[in-house]
Write a protein that binds this ligand. Structure first.
Ligand code: GLP
Length: 233
């Protein structure tokens, strides 16, 4: 496979690498549409961006996913996370995020997918779930999937519920870009820090594509960078 592995010593060094890649793409005028992710992995990355002089005023963004039933005003929503960590500090041309409180969720997914088709992603940032999920595409999700309503697994609910504040219950449903909406991006940057991600990154680097490990679909893509602090031989 063509995966480029960047081994770093710390999350901070990993975030520095991401900054360099983004800076380079911006300088070469190759970054117009940027796919963003949420999760604790992304916090040091967005911190670096907000502390930098990067200019995103000509960049349109799309976020990967959002919880169903959680409004942007709730600190538990991904919309809130993005506002808090990035959008309130850096100006973008336009930011898109799925609306988890849309009246018709199917319509919302179709609307989002058609926006993506009209604005092809130059880069997609990705984290990974402990069970190998990307965005909210859980094990077993069709590789051909586009933006859809997804059921979350118990594993994901257990891991992600620790971030839920104010006694709000974590929903078991989310809206998410599909695996094919993600791998349509020209360049994929997968970032994974810490032992909890070892199983998923090991599966990826083993080189065998399996529907049980959504992350392994990246093996079919020709421009993937994996940034990790894990030693995997
Ligand atoms: C959530 C998100 C994923 C993210 C994952 C890992 O499930 N839907 O997009 O990759 O969390 O999060 P963390 O970076 O906190 O480990």
């Amino acid at each position: 496979n063509t995966i480029k592995l960047l081994k770093v010593k710390s999350a901070d060094e990993g975030a520095e690498k991401v900054l360099e890649i983004i800076k380079d793409e911006l300088e070469h005028n190759q970054l117009h549409v940027l796919g963003l992710a949420t999760g604790s992995t992304m916090i040091p990355i967005y911190n670096k961006w907000t502390e930098s002089d990067l200019d995103f005023q000509n960049v349109v963004t799309f976020n990967l996913d959002e919880y169903v039933g959680v409004p942007a005003s709730s600190p538990n929503s991904y919309a809130f996370f993005m506002e808090d960590h990035l959008f309130s500090k850096k100006k973008f041309k336009k930011t898109h995020i799925l609306n988890g409180v849309a009246e018709d969720l199917e319509d919302e997914c179709a609307r989002y997918e058609s926006l993506l088709q009209k604005n092809p992603l130059d880069i997609q940032l990705l984290g990974v779930g402990e069970n190998g999920h990307i965005a909210f595409n859980e094990p077993g999700t069709a590789f051909e999937s586009v933006t859809h309503v997804a059921k979350l697994t118990d594993s994901t609910l257990n891991v992600n519920s620790q971030y839920f504040e104010n006694d709000e219950k974590i929903p078991n449903t989310a809206l998410t870009m599909g695996i094919s909406s993600i791998t349509d991006a020209k360049k994929l940057i997968m970032i994974a820090f810490g032992e909890k991600k070892r199983a998923a990154i090991t599966k990826l680097l083993e080189g065998k594509v399996s529907i049980d490990w959504p992350i392994t679909k990246l093996l079919h893509h020709n421009d993937v960078i994996v940034i990790t602090d894990l030693d995997i031989s």
